[in-house]
Design a protein around this ligand. Sequence first.
Ligand SMILES: *[C@@H]1O[C@H](CO)[C@@H](O)[C@H](O)[C@H]1NC(C)=O
Ligand SMILES: *[C@@H]1O[C@H](CO)[C@@H](O)[C@H](O)[C@H]1NC(C)=O
Length: 434
Amino acid sequence: MFFCGRNLYLPAAACILTFISVVMLSYLSTPRHSAIPKIIQGSNCRGRTVNSTITALEDNRTFIVAPYFDNRESKITRVIGIVHHEEVTALYCWFCCQPEGEIHVSRGHIDVHLDRFDFPYGAADLLCAEPPTCDPSYVSIHSFSNGNIEQLPRFEIKNRKPEPFSADFTVCISTMFGNYNNVLQFIQSMEMYKILGAQRVVIYKNSCSPLMEHVLAFYIAEGTAEVIPWPITSHLKVSPHWRFPKDGTHIGYYGQITALNDCVYRNMYRSRFVLLNDIDEIILPAKHPDWKTMMRSLQEQNPETGVFLFENHIFPSTVFTATSTDQMDTSSWHAVPGVNILQHMHREPDRKDVINPRKMIVNPRKVIQTSVHSVLRAYTDSVKVPLEVALVYHCRGPLQGQLPRESLIRDTTLWKYNSSLILNVNNVLLQTVF
Ligand SMILES: *[C@@H]1O[C@H](CO)[C@@H](O)[C@H](O)[C@H]1NC(C)=O
Ligand SMILES: *[C@@H]1O[C@H](CO)[C@@H](O)[C@H](O)[C@H]1NC(C)=O
């Protein structure tokens, strides 16, 4: 259900009301793309090309992440960014048409995502009609339809050229922050993603420890990790909460929602499926050995569906499950900071008044806007995957810490992978930490 998770679990009724109001609003605010762009003759297309992930415009209220070509409905550029929901009222796309160097200016439609949770800033799409006569490679964004383009930063429009799939599964990890140092759990999650079928893991990195940097460098060199710098704290006051605590902060949860949307578009034509979950979560099949066989079966049963929702279950890192050391020797891991997930095979039971939040595997080409626990807009319906097929193994601090151990459910699904997981983790540790 809709954002009932993260740090605070809302009662079911509040969740459903929030969800219904968001769905209703999203029907009322269907985006309108603007008319044919205005042409400025005799200009040229100079400007400095920007490569940073978050770029402030001169109004200091608009932050550009990246423009993407999107012709699924009409020929537009969709610019993913962050805006102040009231103070940004007009934005123009300045397209540069080569080789003549004509500038086409079109007014964009600013579509602030509805899951803003009362923060003043939120994820936004700026939708600009592209010139019908050319396929621009670059766009500049400006608050006005006139001015000097040479002064404006320009951004490369991604997804312009079709490219073949380079991955079946890409995992999008939003916002690593707070000097992250849970190295052992990170490596185990990465190795589980690989065992289950991921070819790529995209990590939006705000901050982490030096040891973690070292491990990230290993995975970048290996070709598994793609680290996107996420310097949102240089631009905005971020809150560690998902809902606005009315404390003067600007945006929730390190801009997680914007990062997830960028990840969907970044991988739209590179990856058959995209997984949207946190680094302490693993979408764990119960019946199938990996994601490929699981998704083949789910896709056969739901041929039209492009959004699959998996129930989140907490395996508290405070509750230990004894392992037989002759089978699972992880004694050398004591020296590594972080949680050893193989020691946590007990999950908390469902609660009567709480809906378990869900995480997703999506076909990115069917998604228009995503939230954290559901999609906001898509060209497809969503399917809830039953617990017998898979769950989200989420190893973190307890949510029902008062429960006695006997009330927890022993679930050793992850242990099925023990031998390959231990082998792979030891191999990474040898090359990084030890
Ligand atoms: C924009 O933000 C920067 C950095 O915080 C600050 O130095 C500058 O004065 C701001 N400009 C405006 C117009 O608010
Ligand atoms: C650990 O993995 C091995 C090899 O796959 C398997 O035979 C064994 O049953 C697993 N252990 C547990 C406790 O699941």
